[in-house]
Design a binder for this molecule. Structure first.
Ligand code: HEM
Length: 482
């Protein structure tokens, strides 16, 4: 039987149509919606100094999963709790990568800390931190040190109260948070002979800055913003201090550094960091690893805080200062802490993640190597979740609510969630709650004469953390009987 040319043609057409309709490889992957990019610079020019706010308003037009081209980097911005859950829980394995950042390579000894790219080295360091450095038992063992450092601040503020002087609360809280972290990690506070404060401030500024070199690699060699030059200078300065600190630990015979992070890491010197039999290559703990891990931890723990009072009086009474054992009873303060983290998450965009594989999600395709920014600041203001005045500071919204900050409730994730969740969360919460409780319990605070509440500047700056642009200056009066 002869086949007619018409039959051959129509069969070919039908097969072709079938392939066109049903085979994915033919279809252009559908990226999430987003604003059209400008050639070369993508959307970088639009982000401004407060990118979490700018990205929030762009998401209002383009949706909770938004595609941007930042320079030549494909970037997805997540702005609703539902999408955050899909990214950080359902597909956590794929989205737990970190984009390589030029500045972190220089600051953290070629990414030997914990903030860098994922892989067996990062997994090894995370495990070490969880088991040996930041475990609840380890954090608990530093309670006497915390009491001592807090006592120092209370005495300082009490002296200011007696002299009727105003206090820079932002500076006091910042100093205390830094001191608590440095004592645990290095065995020294920032007041001691080794002062890492200026270096760490610069580290945070540089790590949080939008570095054009990461988005338009052609510009990298030119270092137009001077970021690489500054990162190398900070690393040199900080390295000298860390070397001195490690030497003191090695030479000490009195046991005064026992248990701090440097001491614990030195005990693992020469041992493998990533131990699984399939790990290739195996990394062995050396001086550079110790310095990089310590440095990343200090940088990550230099986060901001804010302040309130009330149930404290009923719970602990006026006769003594707040002890750590009181903390679980302070329900109202817990709500204040949650509300502070909801409105002012110290890391408003977390730290960028990166997809390690291409993946289809909610009808959109996210290519491998896409930078993923989770806007925690926007999640905390999501109008569908926080129905009642999302912009208002209203701690009572957490009464009878099971919502917590620990990474299970995606409308409130100041510490992130999933594999990249902050490993220092427990320590951060203990420190934050203790400082808040102590300052509010020991003192009444008022604005200095001549200042009205409307003049309080609540505007923020953008970096790795979100400090206030202007310091909070208040007048304390001591209110305890001891
Ligand atoms: C109030 C205090 C703190 C807050 C709000 C906070 C918040 C965060 C956030 C949002 C991230 C990024 C999560 C992500 O990428 O999804 C992070 C990562 C990290 N945090 Fe914290 N943090 C705090 C305190 C601390 C402390 C005290 C330490 C250690 C001493 C620490 C160590 C780290 C480290 C090492 C990372 C990187 C983890 C990784 O990439 O695997 N943090 N933190």
């Amino acid at each position: 039987m002869e086949t007619s040319p018409l039959a051959i043609l129509s069969t070919t057409l039908l097969i072709t149509l079938y392939f066109f309709r049903h085979l994915r490889w033919w279809q252009a992957p559908k990226l999430p919606p987003g604003p059209p990019p400008l050639p070369i610079i993508g959307k970088l020019h639009q982000l401004g100094n407060l990118p979490h706010r700018r990205l929030h308003s762009l998401a209002k037009s383009h949706g909770p999963i938004m595609f941007l081209r930042l320079g030549n980097k494909p970037t997805v911005v997540v702005s609703s709790p539902e999408v955050a859950e899909v990214v950080l829980r359902t597909h956590d394995g794929i989205f737990s990568g970190r984009p390589s950042a030029d500045v972190l390579r220089h600051l953290s000894y070629g990414n030997k800390g914990m903030l860098g790219e994922s892989g067996t080295y990062w997994r090894g360091v995370r495990k070490l931190c969880a088991l040996q450095l930041l475990s609840p038992a380890k954090v608990e063992s530093f309670a006497p040190m915390r009491r001592e450092e807090l006592g120092r601040v209370v005495r300082r503020v009490r002296a200011a109260a007696a002299a009727c002087e105003a206090v820079d609360v932002s500076a006091e809280v910042g100093q205390l948070t830094g001191d608590l972290a440095c004592r645990m990690i290095l065995g020294y506070s920032t007041n001691d002979k080794f002062n890492l404060k200026p270096g760490m401030r610069e580290f945070l500024n540089l790590a949080g800055a939008f570095n054009w070199a990461d988005y338009v690699p052609l510009l990298g060699a030119l270092d137009l913003q001077g970021i690489t030059r500054r990162a190398k200078a900070v690393n040199r300065a900080v390295d000298t201090v860390l070397e001195d600190i490690i030497r003191e630990h090695e030479e000490d015979t009195t046991g005064k550094f026992k248990g701090d992070f440097i001491d614990t890491l030195l005990a693992g010197m020469g041992h493998p960091i990533n131990g699984s039999p399939q790990d290739e290559p195996v990394h062995v703990m050396g001086r550079t690893n110790i310095k990089a891990i310590a440095l990343d931890m200090i940088a990550a723990s230099y986060e901001s805080s804010s302040t309130d009072r009330r149930e404290l009086e009923a719970t602990v009474g006026l006769g003594r200062t707040v002890e750590e054992a009181d903390l679980p009873k302070l329900n109202y303060m817990d709500m204040v802490v949650k509300e502070s983290f909801r409105l002012y998450p110290p890391g408003p965009l977390l730290i960028p993640h990166e997809s390690t594989e291409g993946i289809e999600m909610g009808g959109y395709y996210i290519p491998k190597g896409t930078r993923v920014i989770v806007n925690a600041w926007a999640l905390g203001r999501d109008a569908d979740t926080w129905a009642e005045d999302p912009e208002e500071f209203h701690p009572e919204r957490f009464a009878n609510s099971g919502v917590d900050v620990k990474g299970r409730d995606f409308q409130l994730i100041p510490f992130g969630s999933g594999r990249r969740r902050c490993p220092g969360m427990h320590l951060g919460l203990v420190n934050f709650r203790l400082v808040l409780a102590q300052l509010v319990h020991c003192f009444d605070w008022e604005l200095p004469a001549g200042t009205s509440p409307s003049e309080l500047d609540m505007s923020e700056d953008f970096g790795l953390s979100m400090p206030r642009t202007k310091p909070l200056i208040l007048r304390p009066s001591y209110r305890l009987l001891v």
